[in-house]
Design a protein around this ligand. Structure first.
Ligand code: 5GW
Ligand code: MN
Length: 374
């Protein structure tokens, strides 16, 4: 092959191989370039989904979103194994009825401690009823809302008869001076007005929940945050299984407490209700106003404040209901369903503790009172 030809040929070969190499480079760079851009975006995406913890400034985080998660060890709830099958545990409006065995107090305590809940308990000790205060407070120290913040609000006309108590940490006694009414019915009924007024002026600043109870009682077992809810009532021990028609609701249509015989869920006890301060304000305000309307019409409901409370709960359903474990009278024995007796009536000598003149005026009174205790 002549050299020039060879050179010619070489030039052609050289040109073709240069073209090939360039093409290879172009393809290779194009592919690599495309890949590197894509992976750059991918890494950006990964960053936006999962920011690195090291670069996050914790001090600017909203404290409400910081949740300390501890371990909570307890038996798992069983979908087909209700803890109690012998009692009603929920109302048709989905309010729980509180029975022993139906809740885990450790879970509830953790929830209420997280919220740093403060509880006020109101009792009235008017005239001779101051004798009940000592047992009431001493047993409450042992059993009521143990480990939580508690204010005892004692409404009395005899502050000098209330002795000093040593209370556990986070608990205090507040004595509220109130007038005493002559008529015993009024002593009981005016509780609604006084709770309402103090809820409005004072309680809302000091506590989250109010528990309003009779004073002629003693705690006999634990009563804790399981009872707390927006607004709660308690089954009257004497009527926990009674028929509608047997409930001692007010049956006279002239009274604002009137309930027709074909209405009603439960018969609630006048001596144990509560809820948030706002809900207790609404409840006591309703009951007091209804009583005043009746008073102007010269009528008083058959079971006084209890009748108005039952009227309120019929049309403003409680969000929780306490079983008779929370209000019991030993004279009724200890039935099988009653696993705890947490709050018991202290037997009282009616004629000695109450206004004797009221008894003399109304000879049928004592009989009625025995019925009332049932
Ligand atoms: C006095 C006479 C007859 C009825 C009640 C009273 C009375 C009630 C009283 O003289 N002083 C008083 O402080 N009370 C308050 O009302 C107590 O806190 C008492 O627990 C509550 C309801 O009255 P009780 O407990 O006699 O009603 P029952 O239905 O529990 O017997
Ligand atoms: Mn009582």
């Amino acid at each position: 092959m002549p050299l020039d030809k060879y050179t010619d040929c070489n030039r052609k070969k050289c040109f073709l191989s240069m073209l090939f190499i360039t093409a290879v480079f172009i393809i290779a760079f194009g592919w690599y370039g495309n890949k590197s851009i894509r992976s750059h975006y991918e890494s950006l995406l990964r960053c936006s989904q999962k920011p690195s913890i090291a670069t996050e400034d914790i001090s600017t985080r909203d404290p409400l979103t910081v949740v300390a998660i501890g371990r909570m060890l307890y038996d798992k709830p069983q979908t087909f194994k209700p803890p109690r099958s012998d009692v009603l545990m929920v109302t048709p409006w989905l309010a729980p009825i509180i029975w022993n065995g139906s809740y885990n107090i450790d879970i509830l305590n953790a929830q209420f401690h997280q919220r740093n809940v403060r509880v006020g308990i109101t009792v009235f000790a008017i005239k001779k009823y101051t004798v009940f205060i000592k047992t009431f407070i001493e047993t409450a120290e042992q059993f009521f809302m143990v480990g939580h913040k508690v204010n005892y609000y004692v409404f009395t006309d005899r502050a000098n008869e209330i002795s000093n108590f040593t209370l556990s940490e986070g608990r205090q006694l507040v004595i509220l001076d109130v007038p005493s009414y002559k008529q015993w019915q009024e002593v009981s009924m005016r509780r609604m007005e006084m709770i309402r007024d103090y809820a409005y002026q004072r309680f809302y600043k000091e506590v989250d929940y109010l528990v309003c109870v009779d004073v002629d009682m003693r705690f006999n077992d634990f009563v804790g945050v399981e009872i707390l809810s927006d607004v709660f009532g308690t089954l009257h021990p004497g009527f926990h299984n009674a028929q509608r028609g047997a409930f001692t609701y007010e049956r006279r249509q002239q009274s604002t407490a009137y309930i027709p015989r074909d209405e009603g869920d439960f018969y609630y006890a006048g001596g144990y209700f509560g809820g948030t301060v706002e809900e207790v304000y609404k409840l006591t305000n309703f009951c007091h106003n209804a009583m005043m309307t009746d008073k102007n019409n010269s009528i008083e409901a058959v079971w006084h404040d209890e009748s108005y409370l039952n009227k309120y709960f019929l049309y403003h359903k409680p969000t929780k209901i306490l079983s008779p474990e929370y209000l019991w009278v030993n004279s009724m024995g200890v039935p099988q369903f009653l696993k705890r007796r947490r709050f018991l009536a202290v037997p009282k000598n009616h004629s000695a503790i109450r206004n004797k003149r009221a008894l003399q005026k109304n000879p049928g009174y004592q009989k009625v009172e025995i019925l009332k205790l049932l």
